[in-house]
Design a protein around this ligand. Sequence first.
Ligand SMILES: [Zn+2]
Length: 214
Amino acid sequence: MQMQSGPEIISCSECKAPIQWSSLPKAKKDSYHRNGHAYCSEKCKTAFLKRLSSTTMARTNRIYASARMKTSNPMTNPEIRSKMAAALRRIGHKPKTPGGNGRGISKPQALLMEHLLKIYPKSEFVVRTGERKLNPSHYPTHYKIDIAIPAHMLAIEVDGRNHGAIRVKEQDKKKEKFLKSKGWTLLRFSNKEILEAPTMCAQEVMSTILKLTA
Ligand SMILES: [Zn+2]
């Protein structure tokens, strides 16, 4: 039997961030009852609807493409396959390391990512500063965020310093200042905090998002 009062917390259909049911205006509650979707922000709504229409497109395309590939997939030809393999060896192709840019990501970083999968975390997320290589304020051309939740402009930095004595280095301070000036919110966890209590760290992320979207 359905409860009359409705759920207390639902989640954003796009980024899965928690949404307080009571905070929704009536129109949004009604639309949630109609289609089962709610969004934490207009940005998420737009993103979700865009993705929905592109999935529908992709599905349609796939039906045609798979019929075509079955009859003419060049990789079923052993000669072409060995040529392709040789070409990949020649250019030094290697499977990508997790994290993407060759360096890989640290164990605590990966662990926290795992706990945040539902809100689409991006590791080593690049934010361009828009500065040239040599500029008077000595900014780099871009900053990398350890873990970013782009939909909410939340930057999570993971580092080795222990929490009680976080002495943020000058470089990091500059990065923080830049990101904040661009509208990012920053959270910092130490490796130790994540390794010892990943769930609690993930909860802190979620509650930060809840505050950001309130
Ligand atoms: Zn959202």
